[in-house]
Design a binder for this molecule. Structure first.
Ligand code: FAD
Length: 359
């Protein structure tokens, strides 16, 4: 019998992960995306895999599993492709530069201790030894040993390479305009072609809400722009956090982000963001940095804060994996694995009710 065929709309981290896990189980997969590859969102992402906060609700469980999957996936992709996805268990430091911030960090420590999350107070000489790059303005830090980072672009390239080795085809320049389940198959129309398959997965990120609306479906996911800046001039050891921003080590460079902006589908970068992140570096770091590059991408923001995962109510062969907002790199691989399980088994792998796509 021929292998079941799956069309995946979207070659971001979520679509690529879905294609990777499906093809690993013998499904025939074609990915359709208007391009470019890798997506602007992937290229803008910081790739921080932040520690989980100890909650036990369905979203916290998903977060914890997503966090845990990365080390194993990085090792598997290296074995399959020889590529390094840049997964590093760096640890993270939340920083305080004023007495008010120091008091807030103390509260954060208490919150994490209550939930049995590993966190450690550091200041003075111990703080400088842990992270020698810090400026004299930094008074104290809260160390989170389970923070990790992966290079989002390297992850996407390795997922694609491994998926291709497993038979996946990527068709760039193809944007899905129309889809419908007809009996036991799904028909998909792009501007240049018509496709038929056994299943369709919508992994269309920030564009999911618009695409759904054109089909009379309610999948409320909208774009929220995020920008980052890349600087030369420092060698960080950890992921640093200050005033809601991250400073992330990337080899000899530092990536600083991210803004949160309601600007629709606009992916322009702005001088204000560059100035803001430059000032942040001057405050937190001992050495002078120089702006190298700036990027913007569109986070897919869901209504209700939870990603949309699973099949459509009236079209069970159309599945959705979208709305991962600020955690798509962290949750993308797990989402892909869950959807591959769902399609293989013919039903939800566990209780994913809270993530039902239609809201
Ligand atoms: C500045 C910034 C920093 C971030 N930092 C982090 C971080 O530290 N950690 C973390 O976990 N996450 C982070 N994120 C979030 C993360 O990057 C996203 O959640 C994730 O990349 C979303 O992946 P996706 O595959 O859903 O979407 P995308 O990567 O946007 O992919 C969607 C794809 O769908 C395609 N598409 C659109 N319409 C159609 C159509 N009609 N037919 C076919 N294809 C279509 C698009 O071309 C695109 O390639 C950050 C995001 C930004 C912007």
């Amino acid at each position: 019998m021929a292998a079941p065929q799956v069309l995946v709309a979207g070659a971001g981290v979520v679509g690529l992960s879905t294609a990777y896990y499906l093809s690993g189980r013998g499904f025939g997969v074609q990915i359709l995306d208007p391009g470019p590859f890798p997506s602007a969102t992937t290229c803008a992402s910081l790739g921080v895999l932040t520690h989980f906060n100890g909650g036990d609700d369905p979203f916290s469980q998903l977060y914890r599993q997503g966090h845990a999957l990365h080390a194993e996936l990085a090792a598997r992709l290296r074995e399959q492709t020889g590529m390094d996805v840049g997964w590093r268990p760096l640890g993270g430091l939340d920083l305080a530069c004023t007495e008010v911030e120091r008091a807030e960090l103390r509260q954060l420590l208490a919150f994490n201790r209550e939930r049995n999350c590993p966190a450690e107070w550091v200041e003075g000489e111990a703080l400088r030894q842990l992270e020698p790059c810090l400026s004299a303005q930094v008074l104290a830090g809260l160390y989170f040993p389970t923070d990790q980072r992966v290079d989002p672009e390297a992850l996407c390239r390795a997922l694609l390479q491994a998926a291709r080795q497993q038979g996946v085809r990527l068709s760039l320049g193809e944007s899905i305009e129309e889809f419908a389940q007809e009996g036991a198959e799904v028909r998909v129309r792009t501007r240049s072609a018509e496709h038929r398959a056994d299943f369709l997965v919508l992994a269309t990120g920030a564009w999911t809400g618009d695409l759904a609306q054109r089909h009379g479906l309610s999948l409320p996911v909208r774009p929220v722009r995020g920008q980052h800046c890349r600087f030369t001039g420092g060698q960080l050891r950890h992921v640093l956090r200050h005033q809601g921003a991250h400073l992330v080590p990337a080899g000899e460079q530092i990536i600083v982000g991210a803004t949160v902006e309601e600007t629709g589908f606009d992916t322009q970068t702005t001088p204000q963001a560059a100035e803001h992140f430059t000032r942040l570096c001057q405050q937190v770091l001992a050495q002078t940095v120089q702006l190298l590059a700036q990027r913007a991408g569109l986070r897919p923001k869901p209504k209700g804060g939870r990603p949309h995962l699973g099949s459509l109510r009236d079209q069970p062969r159309v599945l959705v994996a979208a709305g991962h907002y600020k955690n798509g790199i962290l949750l993308g691989p797990l989402s892909g694995q869950l959807l591959a399980d769902w399609i293989e088994k013919g039903h939800a792998p566990g209780d994913l009710q809270r993530f039902a796509p239609e809201r």
